[in-house]
Design a protein around this ligand. Structure first.
Ligand SMILES: *Cc1c(COP(=O)(O)O)cnc(C)c1O
Length: 460
């Protein structure tokens, strides 16, 4: 499969190139040049497969000659061996609504599903090519933890994780900062998540710097993450065995997870709507409901992994809506940069064929957690509650799957506020709050941060 950048369609890239680069040199995101669609017959065959075999079939066509099918299967098997569920994901019934729990991996959030896979994909590639790289990633809490777990103790790789100082939950931070591995570096930035993300972006676009440390990224724009996430859309659709089109409610921040659903639809999965469920950082909800894609100041919420005003993967949707026209996409990205983008009515109609949206307030989130706990004896984490809240507001309950993206024990402060008790941490985390933490606090100053990273790279 060949890939192109959303900002320049004249150059072709291989999977190997786009995997290691993450972001195109022109600032664009990588997308496949052409997509092959599954027909009825092909879907029928996929339906019979277990999670690992399905993952192999869905992912393989995107990798080209990067890896053999058998080696891919081995990597997938290794990636999901640490999960607490045999079939990786798990269903819960909430009346008519199906909940798809995606948080049974090593760091208790759905990001493990993609990150464990790409950690092994890196190792496979670097061992084969005898290369060394440094991964730098910004996190609003869960990406960093998932990335660290996936990269720790791996050869030829260091990982630097930037999180907003004091703006993520204690458990989220401790899962990252108590990892004892000499290739892991946690940095707390005095700023918010968008600051962290901007720092990483400008490190990438400083080619002299990024080349000097052989820098690579695992943030949610990495295409390998998107394809690993598409797998559970297929898997859950097949498992609920519906004759109808199915809609998915997706707690959304960077538009990565929900974009994986969109990709699934584009390659033939019978999806009706993808519901973009946001917290009070509702730029995507405002964009889809009124066309106003205008960033406001980031608000801190009890669903911190969605406290985002710049939804990076939205560029892929714009490119698609603009029928792969990279000039128009570039123009719109310029408008987004100037915070003046209004989606045209024509484009909105196109978007609404595939997406609905809702935004959920802090109080509503707490009410949903409490309500679901009382009715079903099930504790939802605040992110997952937002997915359910969006369905309730849209009055949808038939043929819907709501994604549960984090384990409730990761957010004890919010859960206890909602139901006056907390959810138990899975066994392996029982002593995490007592473990010693290691992280460096740095100001939101790009030069100082670059200097720190470079120094650590040389020391290591
Ligand atoms: C990252 C994250 C999200 C948002 O996912 P995106 O792909 O950024 O839209 C939602 N919930 C949880 C728990 C997360 O960690």
């Amino acid at each position: 499969m060949h890939y192109i950048s959303t900002r320049n369609t004249s150059k072709d890239y291989s999977f190997k190139e786009i995997f290691i680069k993450g972001l195109a040199d022109d600032g664009g995101l990588f997308v496949p040049k052409v997509l092959k669609k599954y027909d009825q017959e092909a879907l029928k065959n996929l339906k019979k497969l277990n999670y690992l075999d399905l993952a192999k079939e869905i992912i393989f066509p995107f990798l080209g000659d990067f890896i053999s099918k058998q080696e891919l299967y081995n990597l997938l098997k290794k990636s999901y061996s640490t999960f607490r569920e045999d079939e990786i994901v798990k269903f819960q019934d909430l009346g008519e609504i199906k909940i798809l729990e995606l948080f049974h991996g090593p760091t208790l959030a759905f990001k493990d599903i993609a990150m464990q896979f790409i950690g092994n994909l890196y190792e496979y590639y670097l061992t084969k090519e005898d290369k060394k790289i440094n991964i730098v990633v910004a996190t609003s809490g869960d990406t960093g933890a998932a990335a660290i777990d996936a990269i720790k103790e791996k050869n030829n790789l260091n990982i630097f994780v930037l999180h907003p100082n004091n703006k993520i939950s204690n458990v989220q931070r401790k899962i990252m900062t108590t990892v004892e591995s000499s290739n892991v570096f946690n940095i707390a930035i005095n700023g918010n998540f968008d600051d962290c993300q901007n720092i990483v972006k400008s490190m990438f676009s400083d080619l002299e710097f990024s080349k000097s440390i052989n820098m690579s990224g695992v943030n949610s724009i990495n295409w390998a993450r998107i394809i690993a996430q598409a797998v559970y859309y297929f898997y859950s659709y097949f498992k609920i065995n519906s004759e109808n089109l199915v809609s998915f409610s997706v707690p959304t921040g960077n538009f990565g997870d929900v974009y994986a659903g969109y990709l699934s639809k584009k390659i033939g999965l019978p999806i009706d709507r993808l519901i973009v469920a946001t917290n009070q950082n509702d730029i995507l909800h405002r964009a889809i409901s009124s066309g106003e894609y205008i960033a406001k100041k980031v608000k801190e919420t009890i669903s911190p992994s969605m406290d985002i005003q710049i939804a990076s993967n939205f560029e892929r949707l714009i490119f698609d809506i603009k029928k792969n026209n990279s000039d128009l996409t570039k123009k719109i990205m310029e408008e987004i940069k100037n915070n003046s983008y209004i989606v045209s009515l024509e484009d909105l109609n196109e978007i609404r064929k595939n997406f609905l949206s809702e935004s959920i307030s802090e109080e509503e989130t707490l009410e949903i957690i409490s309500d679901i706990y009382q009715k079903y004896d099930l504790i939802l984490d605040p992110h997952s509650a937002i997915g359910i809240g969006a369905l309730q507001k849209l009055k949808l309950s038939k043929n819907v799957i709501s994604l549960a993206t984090a384990h409730p024990s990761k957010f004890p402060e919010a859960i206890s506020k909602a139901i006056n008790k907390t959810a138990d941490l899975p066994k392996q985390f029982e002593d995490i709050l007592l473990k010693k933490e290691k992280f460096k606090v740095l100001d939101n100053n790009i030069d100082k941060i670059k200097k720190y990273v470079k120094q650590k790279v040389y020391e290591n």
